[in-house]
Design a protein. Structure first.
Length: 91
């Protein structure tokens, strides 16, 4: 069974995906841009897996969702560490 909030999260994620594609040149100025985008794209895949698990292969998509959330969280933490570590050293 798919919940409404899961569909809303997926739609918001797709909207952010469109934003990132249209503004790629501006986002490239962020430190460690590719690491942050990889974390976001993986998070988007987990939101898709959350919706898909309500229709087919619920065990597979549930495992994919939770593994993806874990990896995306680690990548986001690494991005934060790398992005803000450089600012502290510059001061």
């Amino acid at each position: 069974m798919v919940q409404q909030n899961e569909i809303v999260m997926l739609l918001l994620g797709v909207a952010v995906l469109i934003f990132t594609i249209k503004n790629r040149s501006g986002l490239k100025h962020l430190p460690e841009y590719m690491l942050l985008m990889t974390a976001f794209y993986l998070l988007l895949i987990t939101w898709l897996a959350t919706v898909l698990e309500g229709f087919i292969w619920n065990t597979f998509f549930n495992v994919l969702e939770h593994a993806g959330l874990a990896v995306s969280s680690v990548l986001t933490a690494v991005w934060c560490w790398k992005a803000f570590k450089g600012k502290k050293e510059a001061e």
